[in-house]
Design a protein around this ligand. Structure first.
Ligand SMILES: [Zn+2]
Ligand SMILES: [Zn+2]
Length: 99
């Protein structure tokens, strides 16, 4: 996840990333929580405020993943912006304590 030229997240960014990581995958709804945290994909490298919660398969899977053939994304009719909106909504609801 962390590449060489990437700046380390600020304290606020790190806190936000933790909120993102405990959300389920924005595409297939699997995982999430402290026990099975999601991977965090940034739409724009290094911009943590554009983070999407994804499972390993929907993130890096050769067939299903965003960095692969995106088959699960096509099945669910989602693009990165829509997956971002799902993540933001879930983070917001978690942050205000509603579900
Ligand atoms: Zn997934
Ligand atoms: Zn990614």
């Amino acid at each position: 996840m962390q590449s060489k030229n990437k700046k380390a997240p600020t304290v606020a960014e790190a806190a936000y990333i933790r909120y993102v990581a405990v959300q389920p995958c924005a595409v297939c709804d699997e995982g999430g929580g402290e026990a099975d945290p999601s991977e965090v994909h940034e739409i724009e490298q290094g911009n943590w405020w554009l983070s999407i919660a994804l499972c390993g398969g929907c993130h890096r899977g050769p067939l299903n993943g965003l960095h692969g053939q995106r088959q699960m994304w096509k099945l669910k009719k989602l693009d990165e912006q829509q997956a971002l909106a799902i993540t933001i909504r879930r983070v917001f609801l978690a942050a205000r304590g509603a579900h």
